[in-house]
Design a protein around this ligand. Structure first.
Ligand SMILES: CC(C)(COP(=O)(O)OP(=O)(O)OC[C@H]1O[C@@H](n2cnc3c(N)ncnc32)[C@H](O)[C@@H]1OP(=O)(O)O)[C@@H](O)C(=O)NCCC(=O)NCCS
Length: 394
């Protein structure tokens, strides 16, 4: 009989296993991804947890988590990002990925992580594990000439540019400040300096009176001069002046680039920024997903008035199962164990409320619970709809 063991892996053993299985699963091959480079990246990952499944001593599946902080309804929580979930083709469909993830969730729970996020290969696989789908980032495509009217306006302030490797600390400091204001925004606890030092992006910083009011990461690529594509990877601002200073910076590239491809958080509507932009919008190939890892620690987010109690089911994270009361006091959510429930809810429904992505009227349609119309009203009052933006991709 095959002996199956699931355990945490570290050090050299982790470097071997986390090179082979994810490289095979996520990169074109043969050959496998460059081992030295992959292992150097793995060494840079501070605080990540790795679990593997072994069949008779041979590694056949792996999972990984990365520590995040995440803003949910105005409070910063500890969260766990899930990545590198891979099973050897010979060992697939035996429940190994699911069991390894369960072990990882238990470890994340012990570590005080309250939410979990990921970028799925297939949503249904992770929905069964308790996640709900969140809105996708979007790519706005337009000509830089659409923004040239901004060049004749006096916007004040200034824009400075540098390589991301040189400006990384300033960028990080700015993004961390913004995180407090952006629902859903998840940031690596340990920033990815390794990637930044590759200098794949220019950093443009909009400044007014020595204060940074906008930050944009971009590159210019293409075969033919004057016909480059300006790829905007990040576009953040804290004031309207910051936003339009960065847009005017794009307009200054009208002689170099004839196309802008700009990745935007799902709450942005680029078509409203200026008239005649003639924008085409494409969605990302995958949408992020989010999950509640620890119901008991969800309190403290800003919620509207109301109260309800629910019997929560969660077969993947059994510590969440049971009856919980959700109540707003002084504008903040309080969560406590309770005796009597007003309805049944799956853990997916609770994520849908916290992230703000689904109306409680949908829960019965999705198999996520049975709140009565009255309880649905309490839920709508407490958890109004929001558009979360995850930010980090992993
Ligand atoms: C996706 C992958 C990790 C699944 O690993 P696995 O060990 O075969 O998965 P499990 O056997 O634990 O499956 C768990 C559940 O998901 C289901 N499932 C497995 N593969 C699935 C798929 N491709 N699509 C939808 N459901 C799937 C299983 O039937 C099982 O269902 P159950 O809970 O009803 O029993 C594996 O196929 C793989 O390595 N694929 C290539 C890499 C990849 O895409 N990884 C995911 C990155 S986010």
């Amino acid at each position: 009989m095959t002996e199956t063991v699931i355990r945490r892996i570290e050090g050299e053993e982790m470097l071997e296993i986390m090179h082979w299985l994810p490289s095979y699963a996520f990169r074109s091959s043969p050959p496998l991804a460059d081992k030295e480079e992959r292992q150097e990246r793995l060494r840079q990952r501070v605080g990540n947890l790795f679990f593997a499944v072994f069949e008779d001593g041979a590694p056949v599946a792996c999972v990984e988590s990365t520590p995040l902080t995440q803003n949910l309804r105005g409070r910063l929580f500890s969260a766990g990002g899930i990545l590198d979930v891979a099973t050897h083709p010979a060992a697939r469909r035996k429940g190994y990925a699911r069991e390894a993830l369960k072990r990882l969730y238990a470890a994340l729970h012990e570590d005080g992580r309250v939410f979990s996020d990921l970028w799925p290969f297939r949503e249904s696989f992770y929905e069964r594990l308790g996640y709900v789908t969140l809105p996708m980032p979007r790519k706005a495509i337009f000509k830089p000439s659409a923004l040239t009217p901004l060049l004749t306006r006096d916007l004040g302030g200034s824009v400075q540019m540098m390589l991301i490797g040189d400006g990384f600390d300033i960028y990080l400091d700015y993004v961390r400040k913004l995180q407090a204001t952006i629902h859903g925004m998840a940031l690596f606890e340990h920033a990815d300096r390794f990637n930044a030092q590759r200098n794949n992006y220019w950093l443009a910083l909009a400044q007014v009176d020595d204060e940074i009011v906008g930050a944009m990461l971009y590159d210019l690529r293409g075969e033919q001069i004057t016909q480059f594509t300006m790829g905007v990877r990040r576009f953040y601002y804290s004031t309207s002046q910051g936003k339009y200073l960065l847009l005017a910076w794009i307009a200054r590239h009208v002689d170099q680039a004839n196309r802008v491809e700009m990745w935007l958080p799902p709450y942005e509507y680029a078509e409203t920024w200026l008239e005649d932009m003639q924008i085409a919008v494409e969605a990302a190939p995958i949408a992020p997903m989010g999950r509640v890892l620890d119901v008991a620690k969800m309190g403290g987010m800003s919620t509207g008035p109301g109260r309800f109690a629910a019997h929560i089911s969660d077969i993947t994270c059994p510590w969440n199962a049971g009856i919980w009361q959700f109540e707003t006091a002084d504008g903040k959510l309080h969560v406590n164990r309770a005796e009597r429930a007003d309805c049944e809810l799956t853990i997916q429904a609770l994520a849908a409320l916290a992230y703000g992505t689904h109306d409680p009227g949908e829960f019965a349609m999705r198999g996520w619970g049975n709140p009565s119309p009255q309880v649905q009203q309490a839920m709508r009052s407490m958890f109004p709809r929001l558009v979360p933006h995850v930010h980090e991709q992993f």
